[in-house]
Design a protein around this ligand. Sequence first.
Ligand code: HEM
Length: 293
Amino acid sequence: MKPIQPGILAPIPPLARFLTFGLLPEAGPGPSLRRLAQSVDPALSVVGLGRASVLALGVDVPGLRDFPGGTGKGLEIPATHGALWCWLRGEDRGELVLRTRAIDAALGPAYRLVDIVDAFRHGEGRDLTGYEDGTENPTGANALAAAASGGPAGLQGGSFVAVQQWLHEFARFDAMSRDEQDASIGRRRDDNEEIDDAPSSAHVKRTAQESFEPEAFVLRRSMPWAEGPRAGLVFVAFGRSFDAFEAQLNRMMGLDDGVTDALFRYTRPVTGGYFWCPPVKGAQLDLRRLGLD
Ligand code: HEM
């Protein structure tokens, strides 16, 4: 089996924290990353590196690029990048706070914590609009094939993750009839059945993984988030490259055929970043590709 970080394949946890770190330009990230590798358990804390970290180390990770922000008809896809990203998985909010502090301490002084998003599982894996999320995720060997890249030791088992925080506008969603809501997703909320004659703007019509050439499978691990009155979804998709995600996003934006995803009627991304999640060796992150073994 490819040595992927085990937290990527594990089911969605009850609670999570998403951390984004920036890098200080004058600081070499090597010692901080070594300390991080020694202190995190990749089954509990999934770690991804942004291009800024890789460039600062003077190394190359084939396939790692910047998040492609852009615009479509009446919509904006921001790119906010980030030098390092952690997905802390857990069950106890206090423990996640303490783990955040430990990771922050390990990463100092080269990195600074720029964003924390607290997330949670809702129901049996629903978005806050009430729709089940993750139904068409690949499982078992297919999940590994979708999420883990190949290549020589140090790259094999690595994964490329696209992360976007989406902010829901619930008043706009609530103003739609149930039929309109169902049509915007392309599935019925009550029984999660796909609607065969859903409009081409329906989210699952835009993103149907088998409809792309080549097929565009990703492993989604999105989780709802909330802070005060603001709430939405942290969209998280692991791939063996960024290509599948990018093909899906382009179609959601209407870049292929001018049809934009109906989701944009009531939700929009406020961040966007790409990260490379290094493989593991035993129970530790394998940083040899970064020259840090
Ligand atoms: C707030 C943002 C989003 C929400 C609420 C959302 C929700 C959903 C829901 C309810 C489904 C149907 C059930 C399932 O198969 O999981 C779905 C499917 C899917 N979504 Fe999203 N999604 C969001 C953003 C995105 C983005 C940004 C992408 C990729 C660029 C994406 C890719 C997919 C894919 C690949 C599927 C499965 C399509 C298939 O093969 O049938 N989603 N999403």
